[in-house]
Design a protein around this ligand. Structure first.
Ligand SMILES: Nc1ncnc2c1ncn2[C@@H]1O[C@H](COP(=O)(O)OP(=O)(O)OP(=O)(O)O)[C@@H](O)[C@H]1O
Ligand SMILES: [Mg+2]
Length: 466
């Protein structure tokens, strides 16, 4: 971060300096996890559900933090503010304002923000020093903390913007006003909280609205709700598409998947065409790659650089379509990071592709935050799983609270001959699977974050099948 004195931090945040030297300088990272506090950093104390950051203020300073951002008095150098996220936002905005040469891109959508952000960052890094969040640092805490990592050397910020309600993305766009905005899709993630897809579209479109007239809105032409955001922006619109017959300026044609579900395609841009093979798994990563390509192109990267960069890009964030081949011939797809109807369908498609020569199993947990449509959505996913390939899944193991609707949906498919199995928890799911798996079987593990099925996937990956 750019060095700021405690006096400057107090002024920017409207806070009150306590126990500190006004000239002491914060030059290290701003963190909200005291265990990550380091020399010269700033520890922002937040009261969470299980613990209160203020209790760790002294530990953070002992670990080298120059000061603490706090909402109640602590015994170490601190800036007392009324609201920590607002203070972080004000600080982040002051850093952005002090670095006018930095080009800021925001990426939003219901599914694929992190995957796309990781792809885009790996392209943009080739153009110059780039700051992008680790994992899904995309909300009122993670977003300003990411922005605060920028300094005089930074040229690009590639940011992930999330929303759980109307106004959230507009807020994040005020913290770090993007000139480039990417909208991937409008889906059912958090649709329950929003109250339907039109509301989700309203919220995601706030990114398009926030862009300036000399900015660029990069929109998915294959999603009508995203394409409609062209009407809501002053910025120039550039679309991307992976649909056959599209005339979007950035598109993929001749899409093929290899045995492990890794897509190859021909990337078409106004400058020409180039072959691309991704290291990521799943056809759903094609639109993500196109979005990243369109952004890099707007930032000045040439077609060869984009194609080369996409082919070299790896999965940076864990538990998203990790494909693990066990020595015993079983393949595990660990997509346990999160789940919503669109991403579960995408994962089941990938499962079906990988299992062409063997049997497909899925351990599926619940999809959270779907509101009133939850039961029907789980039934639909069960039905979808029972219809894949020639004969549907060999086994659907439904874990936890929505197991019944998942299995009911699968049983709706009369022709389905697979097994419908309910498991109260991950351990029980593993037990059910253990004596069923044979070489060349493929297992998908997927659920919402709250279900924590990554442990199940790790256990499966670890079973070397001796
Ligand atoms: N374009 C896409 N369409 C559907 N599913 C996708 C797409 N891109 C990624 N996914 C799947 O969605 C899940 C989440 O991916 P990712 O973490 O990239 O999304 P996100 O939008 O950042 O999610 P979050 O809201 O949790 O931050 C993964 O299972 C991934 O395989
Ligand atoms: Mg994310």
């Amino acid at each position: 971060m750019i060095p700021l004195s405690l006096a400057q931090i107090a002024r920017v945040t409207g806070g009150q300096l306590c126990h500190g030297d006004p000239d002491a300088v914060v030059s290290g990272e701003v963190v909200i996890d005291s265990r990550r506090a380091g020399p010269g950093g700033l520890f922002a104390a937040v009261a969470g559900e299980r613990s209160d950051g203020h209790d760790f203020a002294a530990a953070a300073v002992a670990a080298g933090a120059a000061a603490v951002l706090a909402t109640r008095p602590v015994t170490v150098p601190s800036v007392l503010v009324a609201d920590v996220p607002a203070a972080l936002a004000a600080l982040a905005r002051s850093v952005v304002d002090a670095l006018p040469a930095v080009r800021i891109a925001g990426i939003t959508g219901s599914s694929g923000k992190t995957s796309t952000k990781d792809l885009a960052a790996q392209l943009v890094e080739r153009l110059g020093p780039t700051i992008a969040p680790a994992g899904s640092y995309n909300n009122e805490f993670g977003h300003p903390l990411t922005v605060l990592r920028a300094d005089a050397a930074t040229r690009y910020l590639v940011l992930e913007l999330s929303a759980r309600g109307i106004g959230h993305i507009a807020y994040l766009c005020r913290v770090a006003p993007p000139r480039y905005g990417v909208v991937l899709n409008v889906g059912h993630a958090h649709a329950g909280e929003f109250g339907g897809l039109d509301q989700v579209a309203r919220a995601k479109g706030e990114l398009a609205e926030a862009l300036p007239a000399d900015g660029v809105a990069i929109l998915n032409a294959d999603d009508p709700r995203v394409l409609a955001m062209a009407e809501r922006t002053e910025a120039r619109v550039v679309t991307f598409s992976s649909a056959p017959g599209s005339d979007a300026p950035v598109r993929a044609v001749d899409i093929r998947l290899d045995d492990l579900g890794r897509p190859s395609f021909t990337l078409l841009t106004p400058e020409g065409s180039a072959p691309v093979t991704l290291r990521l798994h799943g056809a759903h990563n094609v639109p993500n790659a196109l979005a990243a390509a369109a952004l890099a192109r707007e930032l000045g990267m040439d077609l060869d650089g984009i194609a080369d960069g996409l082919g070299a890009a790896v999965a940076r964030s864990r538990w998203r379509m990790e494909v693990h081949q066990r020595p015993d011939g079983v393949t595990v797809i660990n997509d346990a990071y999160n789940a919503n109807p669109e991403s579960v369908r995408a994962a089941i498609d990938a499962l079906a592709h990988l299992a062409q020569g063997g049997r497909a199993f899925a351990i599926l947990g619940h999809m959270a935050e779907l509101g009133g449509t939850s039961r029907a959505s789980h039934e639909d996913i069960g039905e979808y799983a029972a219809r894949i390939g020639d004969s549907g899944l060999a086994g659907l193991i439904a874990v936890g609270e929505e197991a019944a609707p998942l299995l009911d949906g699968a049983r709706r498919v009369r022709s389905w001959t697979g097994e419908a199995l309910a498991a109260p928890d991950g351990a029980a799911a593993l037990e059910l699977l253990a004596n069923r798996l044979k070489p060349s079987d493929v297992v998908l593990v997927k659920a919402s974050r709250a279900a924590h099925l990554e442990g199940v996937a790790a256990a499966l990956e670890g079973e070397a099948g001796q």
